[in-house]
Ligand binder design. Structure first.
Ligand SMILES: [Zn+2]
Length: 230
């Protein structure tokens, strides 16, 4: 039986002499190897000739710590190969590469489903970042995409997301207040007022500062101006 980590490499290593030393050369099985080289050399003339640490290090970088951990709880390499761990790993690796090529930064997806709390947090982040109404988490099409193949997967209700969103807002506001009060440097405040095409007047309050060497702007408040003279 072979240790689970061998599943991340093509089935048989090639025996070679490298600089006169006997060596097993393992080739990474990932569709898109993320290491500088897709081979791992294991020299047979050292007392670590059976060590799997080099293989584990390589596999972790290509497939992620979670895939490696999941694999290591398997009985042997063949169990890992038939488990689907490798399939999901190479898939997320490929998606990663696509996003890198598109210049959208690194996106990774876990091999593990979100816990209930993580799912609630992810929904709050989603509706906030993408400016969606909270009702989107109750949308038929969204639920079909999220739950097909795993009907018991937890998605919070719109009312839960609404409650979580308000709590997150209060926490964020307190955190920003604390950050600004303790900020060691100049804070520049600004207002901007304008009237929308349907004659409603708004005022925005913003703060501008330097954060870790980059300019940061935060919206502090946004109010509708109700003066009858406007
Ligand atoms: Zn690799």
């Amino acid at each position: 039986m072979k240790a689970p980590v061998y599943a991340f490499f093509k089935s048989d290593p090639v025996f070679q002499h490298i600089d006169g030393r006997p060596c097993h050369v393992f080739t990474c099985a990932a569709a898109h190897c993320r290491n500088p080289t897709n081979t791992v050399h294991r020299y047979l003339d050292t007392k670590d000739s059976n060590s799997t640490s080099g293989l584990r290090k390589h596999a972790e970088k290509c497939w992620g710590a979670e895939a490696l951990k999941a694999a290591q709880s398997a009985a042997d390499a063949n169990t890992v190969r038939s488990s689907g761990i490798l399939a999901s790993g190479s898939f997320s690796g490929a998606i990663d590469k696509i996003f890198e090529r598109l210049g959208k930064g690194r996106v990774t997806y876990s091999h593990r489903a979100h816990t209930k709390v993580e799912s609630r947090a992810e929904c709050v982040r989603w509706v906030a970042e993408s400016l969606h109404p909270v009702g989107i988490v109750g949308d038929r099409g969204f639920l079909s995409i999220a739950k097909t193949g795993r009907p018991d997967h937890y998605i919070p209700s719109p009312s839960t997301v609404s409650r979580d969103l308000k709590n997150a807002f209060v926490k964020c506001r307190n955190r920003i207040a604390k950050y600004l009060q303790e900020y060691d440097g100049a804070l520049s405040f600004a207002t901007d007022a304008w009237t929308s095409p349907n004659h409603r007047a708004f005022v925005a309050f913003t703060v501008h500062l330097e954060h870790n060497g980059v300019p940061l702007s935060l919206l502090l408040d946004f109010v509708e101006h109700n003066s009858p003279s406007l």
